[in-house]
Design a protein around this ligand. Structure first.
Ligand code: ATP
Length: 202
């Protein structure tokens, strides 16, 4: 499974629809300062489910929508589509029945984000799990931000262990365990309430 195409529309400086084919092997993005190289990497992170505006260098998530220029008005939505070549059928189970997987994230002003996978709506969590199970995602250590190397050098051991766990593709398992624990706590609370009611009835 590999990234094969990235389409942007209204995302940050990419106000016009932009379609990039990602060929096998090494891809380099070159251009003058401020032309949008980092915005491309952020688009990749965003479509994989990034939910921290700070990771997008913004104050709120709507800051990823093109906010206007001298000659162009602001847009009302931003959309990023990522194609995954799944000809080798290495996508995690549940997502593995097509040669190409297309994930689309769209944000509309005052309406938040919505995701689609091959045309079907799905939750942010499902997109995050898909990439976590494939050992990548918005927080993948393979996507190196400016300043991230020094952050890693100064990080506490627990934070460094998380980097290794994400690289090993077990981050999704921890997330599932956390959700299962929350459900268990909810069930325990419900049982306590049932006991109270039974006591009152006795
Ligand atoms: P450098 O080489 O200096 O790191 P870069 O090529 O990585 O630059 P980016 O940081 O990706 O460039 O892009 C910065 C540009 O994106 C700025 O011109 C900024 O105004 C523009 N930009 C960021 N967010 C938006 C937005 N919401 N709407 C319009 N333009 C935006």
């Amino acid at each position: 499974m590999r990234f094969s195409r990235l389409r942007l529309n209204g995302f940050k400086s990419f106000v016009d629809p932009t379609d990039m084919v990602i060929h096998e092997g090494l891809t380099g993005v070159v251009g003058p300062n401020g032309c949008g190289k980092s915005n491309l990497l952020e688009a990749l992170r965003w479509v994989m489910g990034e939910n921290r505006p700070s990771a997008m260098r913004g104050g709120g998530m709507e800051d990823v929508i093109f906010n206007g220029a001298a000659t162009r008005g602001a847009r009302h939505f931003a959309e990023v589509a990522l194609h995954l070549d799944n000809a080798d059928r290495l996508a995690p189970s549940g997502f593995n029945d097509a040669d190409t997987i297309e994930i689309i994230r769209r944000i509309t002003r005052d309406a938040g984000s919505a995701y689609k996978l091959n045309g079907k709506e799905l939750r942010a969590r499902d997109v995050q799990m898909l990439f976590a199970d494939a050992s990548t995602g918005a927080h993948s250590p393979a996507l190196v931000r400016q300043g991230q190397i020094s952050e890693l050098i100064n990080a506490k051991p627990k934070a460094r262990r998380k980097v290794l766990e994400d690289a090993a593709g077990i981050g999704g398992l921890y997330q599932r365990r956390h959700e299962a624990e929350l459900k268990l706590q909810g069930a325990e609370q419900n049982l306590l309430r049932v006991d109270d009611v039974l006591e009152q009835l006795a």
